[in-house]
Design a protein around this ligand. Structure first.
Ligand code: TYD
Length: 333
């Protein structure tokens, strides 16, 4: 099976590529990545000499380029390519519209032209908005609150339309928050871990009581593999673990792993439009036989250890081109 992974140099895409090449000797992967700020070919150093792995640099919004890659004969497209950071979407929404909406459209058109047998869209629970109590299901309405969530919801709606209109074999997935090795240190878990290792405070937004549900990267990889094998085409699946935690409690765990006190927490001005809580009902996926392998504590311990062992990787990022981003002054709450 030849899989086209878009955004394969990013956090989730690179984890998936390593996972698939390790677990499935018959699979080969083409990684199409634009190498924007969060795409890092170093994430795939361990597989770059694998004959089943090919990297091509290009943008998913570039129709001609995407078509040229498709000509190689693709059995599955998995669209990991996305702008994903909510705070960046607040300051620069356009990049999100281009990649997450136009990019999805371009891939869907390519899948239509080449009659690709399977397409998996990687998306987020954020499309459903915020939920104070209970859980979102695959039937919940889209009520996105950030430009990021709106751009992903738009791409997902295009997927739905391509199923209904053209009968394309698409599976859309909405996942809870990912974490694990190689996550770009702008997201809360790697940002806080690396700040604490550097002896810096951690900027906790608002009252810190916003709740997120978390999935360890490897568990997300095996969920996608299960959908590749058993997922029903044309269907939507939510991917969640049930590991819900308020940000402040997550922060306490990270402080404990780092051996730091609560005075390392800096309560800062809240994110505008900050969703209070996300939570998913994943019984549809679990009915296929999937369950997470890692408890939240296990996943978090592994993640902390990875960042401790790989400081060269993240120090290069935090002190390089995006230094200003990491040194931004947060307004106190
Ligand atoms: P984030 O990792 O940006 O993921 P998302 O917004 O997609 O859920 O943020 C996770 C939670 O952590 C979210 O409630 C916002 C909060 N947060 C902070 O409190 N401080 C930070 O510096 C960041 C980046 C996030």
């Amino acid at each position: 099976m030849k899989i086209l992974i878009t955004g394969g140099c990013g956090f989730m895409g690179s984890n998936f590529i390593r996972y698939v090449l390790e677990q499935y000797p018959d699979y080969s992967v083409i990684n199409l990545d634009a190498l924007t700020y969060a795409g890092n070919p170093e994430n795939l150093k361990s597989v770059e000499n694998d004959p089943r792995y090919t990297f091509v640099k290009g943008n998913i919004t570039d129709e001609k380029f995407v078509q040229s890659v498709m000509e190689q004969g693709i059995d599955v497209i998995i669209n990991y390519a996305a702008e994903t950071h909510v705070d960046r979407s607040i300051s620069d929404p356009k990049a999100f519209i281009l990649t997450d909406v136009l990019g999805t459209y371009t891939l869907l058109e390519a899948a239509r032209t080449f009659q690709t047998p399977r397409y998996i869209q990687i998306s987020t629970d954020e499309v459903y908005g915020s939920i104070e109590e209970g859980v979102f299901t695959e039937e919940s309405p889209f009520l996105p609150n950030s430009p990021y969530a709106a751009s992903k919801a738009s791409g997902d709606m295009l997927c739905r339309a391509y199923v209904q209109t053209y009968g394309l074999p698409i599976i859309v997935t909405h996942s809870c928050n990912f974490y694990g090795p190689y996550q770009y240190p702008e997201k809360v878990i790697p940002l806080f871990i690396t700040n604490l290792i550097e002896g810096k405070k951690v900027p906790l937004y608002g009252d810190g009581k916003n709740v997120r549900e978390w999935i360890y990267t490897e568990d997300h990889c095996n969920a996608i593999c299960m959908l590749l094998e058993k997922g029903v085409l044309g269907e939507v699946y939510t991917i969640g673990t049930g590991y819900e935690i308020p940000n402040v409690d997550l922060t306490m765990k990270l402080l404990e792993y780092a051996g730091c006190d609560t005075d390392m927490i800096e309560y800062v001005k809240d994110r505008p439009g900050h969703d209070r809580r996300y939570a998913l009902d994943s019984s549809k996926l679990r009915a296929l036989g999937w369950a997470p392998k890692y408890s939240f504590e296990e996943g978090l311990e592994r993640t902390v250890q990875w960042y401790k062992d790989n400081s060269e990787w993240w120090k290069k990022i935090k002190s390089g081109e995006y230094k200003e981003y990491y040194q931004r002054q947060y307004e106190k709450r």
